[in-house]
Design a protein around this ligand. Structure first.
Ligand code: COI
Length: 362
């Protein structure tokens, strides 16, 4: 399914010198481009009115369902500029499909994959000047879908909007690739069986905020959640977790209550290509603790679109510290990070055909 997109250009785009200042030091999630995409959906009329408009505040009725019951889903993806000036994105089909799975769980409508891809393409075309070049900066794309029916009854909304906004981005963690310490959440869970843990919905991230405050208060960058039983690793507040064994095996939790990370899947594929064994299975906290103690687990890392791959130096809780908070980044994590980012920035072959070109060379 395709729709005609209308374009209303921003009559007051950010001045070139101001944009250049932002691109020189983008931070994460603080600055937004000149335009945004909106596509509306109604139960009667389906998807319609696809448009690119000046970026700006939404006028929203205070009774809009999303404000009350959190019927919302989102995605995170990036546009990367290559040395020749062209702009590419990474496995957008995976994000489109995951948005569909999230929509199914949150009783939101299915957005056709072609429409998702077209929305991304059109926004990056019109805001191409906002894609940073050099280094590991990128244009972070945030597609999302909200229930905007004006109705306080608790049922799936009959009026929905899909939007895409874009934000130039540097490293998610202020220290870049510097290894981080992670706080173990004993008191709070992120998701339960049959819940929304596998969906990328705002509520999962809202649930992580208080535990993340505790993590930060304890000098950690992120929080790690366990399963309901308190035995198995799940994921961090906003990214997946992977352990590395001394023999090169990568282990990552397999659970239907965590996010099916595109970055994680891709890193594991690249690791397998390099001959690493990869195990997706329940991973216990005890296995991490014992493995670090006896030297069979040598590295751990967090991964996600925003975080890319960030080494985990240590897992901390009031009772124990697993690992060494001052440990340097491990060689497996660094090699995988390089392999992935080299593909994303066009510095290496793309053997799996993951990259999709959005704009031409300059
Ligand atoms: C991403 O990695 O893109 C995420 O969505 C995680 C976080 C920034 C919310």
């Amino acid at each position: 399914m395709t729709l005609e997109f209308t374009l209303t250009r921003n009559a007051e785009p950010v001045a070139d010198d101001v944009r250049a200042g932002v691109l020189a030091e983008p931070g994460f999630g603080k600055h937004f481009t000149d335009h945004m995409v909106s596509i509306d959906w109604t139960a009667d009329g389906g998807w319609h009115d696809a448009r690119i408009e000046p970026y700006g505040p939404l006028q929203m009725d205070p009774a809009s369902a999303v404000l009350h019951y959190g019927q919302e889903i989102f995605e995170g993806m990036k546009a990367y500029r290559r040395d020749d000036g062209s702009v590419w994105t990474f496995r957008p089909d995976q994000n489109a499909k995951r948005l569909q799975r999230s929509a199914a769980r949150l009783a939101l409508p299915q957005l056709p994959e072609e429409l998702f891809l077209e929305a991304i393409r059109r926004l990056v075309e019109v805001d191409e000047a906002w894609v940073p070049d050099g280094g590991e900066d990128s244009l972070y794309l945030r597609p999302f879908m909200i229930a905007n029916e004006v109705f306080l009854g608790v049922r799936a909304a009959q009026t929905v909007r899909f939007m895409v906004i874009a934000s130039p981005a540097g490293p998610y963690f202020a220290g870049g690739v510097k290894p981080v310490s992670i706080w173990l959440s004993r008191e709070y869970n992120r998701a339960g069986k049959g819940g929304t843990g596998a969906a990328k919905c705002g509520g999962n991230y809202a649930a992580s905020l208080l535990p993340t405050q505790l993590a930060v208060a304890n000098g950690c960058a992120q929080v790690l959640f366990l399963n309901e039983e308190g035995t198995d690793l799940e994921e961090l507040g906003g990214m997946n977790v992977v352990l590395v064994k001394a023999d090169g095996t990568l282990i990552t939790p397999d659970s239907d209550t965590i996010l099916d990370g595109v970055t994680r899947n891709s890193l594991l594929q690249l690791a397998a290509d390099e001959g690493h064994a990869v195990e997706r299975r329940p991973v216990t906290l005890a296995e991490w603790r014992d493995g670090v103690a006896d030297g069979t687990i040598t590295e751990a890392f967090a991964c996600g679109t925003a975080a890319v791959l960030t080494p985990i130096a240590a897992l901390r809780s009031p009772d124990e510290t697993i690992g060494d908070p001052d440990a340097p980044a491990g060689p497996v994590a660094l090699a995988l990070r390089k392999a992935l980012t080299d593909i994303q920035y066009g510095r290496a072959e793309d053997p799996h055909g993951w990259m999709v070109q959005l704009t031409g060379a300059r």
